[in-house]
Design a protein around this ligand. Structure first.
Ligand code: ADP
Length: 259
């Protein structure tokens, strides 16, 4: 276990006005690991997840991917001119290592499924269109949507749309997949198909950080669970320990309420 983590985040702080949402969060993710972030609503899970790929800019703390530049948010915020450009480049390099699957799939309604999937690789990564399309079709087939490539999002069920959202993230070939409550906007009968795609990705070795209320999923699929409350990690550990013998009273109360 001495291998360098894929992602190391340390001492992350974030406030919105006087709401101090992240209060010094550390997180390490090793390659191939699935990390689940659980905790009550408002505990800072989504803010933490978004901080990992720059959708939210923390006020302080550091972030680095294995072999990549190191971002120091507080130090970078104060710089000007060339140093600011260098800081932006470091932030972008970190951002490019991960891809986010959102709670709502955010697909472009007037583009086909395949166009939605190839948009990022072609526009942002300059992948040749034919190559992006071939890879997109392959990925769609992997999540059981080979026949939907030319459909429009409105022609799909919510679960199918969310699977396209997952493929769109995969198409960017990130090192790390970030999931922000990917099933919480779905009707209950559609949750299973999305969770099973996520389980297959985990089995395939994808590295994932998942904000979820699906504790059964976290228990079955995660290697490590972090319980957040009040902007701090109250407890972390393998799910079999956290769910059967939580060490902290706050964890116990949360699990008791939910299970
Ligand atoms: P969780 O994912 O655990 O429910 P969030 O990270 O979404 O928690 O939110 C934590 C707190 O931060 C909440 O009080 C929320 O209102 C606040 N918050 C989150 N995003 C913003 C934002 N963009 N602007 C202002 N407040 C925000």
């Amino acid at each position: 276990m001495s291998e360098t983590p894929l992602l190391t985040a340390a001492a992350l702080h974030k406030s919105f006005g006087d709401n101090h949402v992240l209060r010094g969060v550390d997180l390490e993710v090793r390659r191939g690991q699935v990390v689940a972030l659980i905790g009550p609503s408002g505990s800072g899970k989504t803010t933490l997840l978004r901080s990992l790929n720059g959708l939210t800019a923390p006020d302080a703390g550091t972030l680095a991917f294995d072999g990549g530049p190191h971002v120091d948010f507080a130090a970078d915020a104060g710089v000007r001119g060339r140093a600011a450009r260098d800081a932006r480049a470091r932030t972008e390099a970190v951002r490019d290592r991960s891809a986010m699957v959102f709670q709502h799939h955010n697909l472009f309604p007037h583009r086909t499924v395949l166009q939605n999937v190839t948009e990022g690789p072609v526009q942002v990564q300059r992948v040749p269109l034919a190559q992006a399309q071939a890879r997109g079709r392959e990925l769609l087939a992997r999540v059981g949507l080979a026949d939907k490539a030319d459909a429009y999002p409105r022609e799909l069920s919510g679960g199918q749309q969310q699977r396209v959202g997952i493929v769109r993230a995969l198409a960017l070939q990130p090192d790390l997949l970030l999931f922000d409550e990917p099933t919480s906007s779905l009707d209950p009968e559609l949750v299973g198909e999305v969770l099973s795609v996520m389980k297959e990705l985990a089995d395939d070795g994808w590295t994932m950080v998942v904000v979820t209320h699906e504790l059964a999923f976290a228990r079955a699929v995660a290697d490590e669970v972090l319980f957040l409350d009040g902007g701090v990690v109250v407890e972390q550990g393998p799910p079999r320990e956290m769910f059967t013998a939580p060490r902290e009273e706050r964890t116990r109360q949360f699990l008791h309420r939910i299970l």
